[in-house]
Design a protein around this ligand. Sequence first.
Ligand code: GBH
Length: 442
Amino acid sequence: MPFKRTDFPKDFLFGVATSSYQIEGHGFGQAGRTHWDDFAATPGNVVRAENGATACDHYHRFEEDLDLIAGAGLDCYRFSTSWARVMPDGRTPSQEGLDFYDRLTDAMLERGIKPAATLYHWELPSDLADLGGWRNRDIAKWFGDYTETIMGRIGDRMYSVAPINEPWCVSWLSHFHGHHAPGLRDIRATARAIHHILLAHGTAIQTMRSLGMDNLGGVFNMEWSTPADDSAEAIEKAALYDEIYNHCFLSGVFKGRYPERVMAGIAPHLPQGWQDDFDVITTPLDWVGVNYYTRKLIAPDPTEPWPSLKEVTGPLPKTFMDWEIYPEGLYKFLKRTAQDYTGDLPIFVTENGMAAPDVLTNGTCDDPDRIAFVEAHLAQVQRAMAEGVPVNGYYLWSLLDNYEWALGYEKRFGLVHVDFETLERTPKSSYHAIKQALGALT
Ligand code: GBH
């Protein structure tokens, strides 16, 4: 890997990211049932109806996994705590769950790894989903209580915390497109979820402040939006997609309002009194995280309900997810985020990475495309930094091959190959390249 740690400022952080449901094995310990278990059990939702019951068995193998992180010379680990493990019914603490994250935290610190926690990476306890989940305004309070419970135990040792991973996925992907749990296709549910997610985010930040914690942020996913052709209609739809996907949540948190084009579709469906919630939603943050993978080509589609648009296949080389590889989009988002929303606030790239076929042959796994992908995106990070954008770190998605949600175990994103029969871990060539780049290989 031609990039070197020394090409970046001394305190720039390199890390890897994972999430609880995707790696832990929710069948282990006393984790409660989640809406992902329910969603996956319904035929047609997930490839081969696979779920996260075993996943990577990180629950039992976390020491080995943390050794891999430390062994590569990485500085920090972005992991998530599972609400259903900490509170199996969503509201009653589980000693076993709290003990697990306590051990995990100490095991990171013993290895000199900075713990960067996310409180919600998509596995809602089923009991709360049954009460309406993100459609129910009470979720902000439930989430605040969960935040207090888990951070009351491990908050004193966190390097950083963000409440909710990717609000767009929790709302649109799950309540409008129906691709993720709870699998709804309903604009009213979506509008409510959008607002309650932000309210829960602000509530969690205030809860952690009252616990005396700092270095608190928010993590937003972004896809660069490009008109599929140069017609006025395509240009307008691409702008609408951009507001829905990329601006809506940043605007809520940093400006205390929803963008105009988004309002045109969601206003009739927002919960009563929504305007009054922005005091909580705009509670100041210490950093912001950008998750970036690809761009989208957008065209009008009048046969669809509002926003009446569709994605069109683009011409660029694609990953194994069929996502176009567009590194420049990361540069553009880093610049735009600082310019439009966050100013001098530190920015982290909290996820970036790619899926590849990644076949294990004679005990080795060569993934040169992943190395090139990381390198190309890091070059765009440097480009933004050279223009003054305060990027403080980069987390690669992901440490391990894992449960890729609706796509089951088919799509591999890891620096480390996982055999899902034996659960054996094998570092890929990208792992070795990162290790070399970070100076840990002698
Ligand atoms: C990240 O989201 C997630 O944080 C992570 O858990 C996941 O493993 C990783 O991506 C790789 O996918 O259902 O066909 O409509 C990134 C943003 C946006 C990626 C929505 C998936 C929808 C695919 N995500 N996208 S589909």
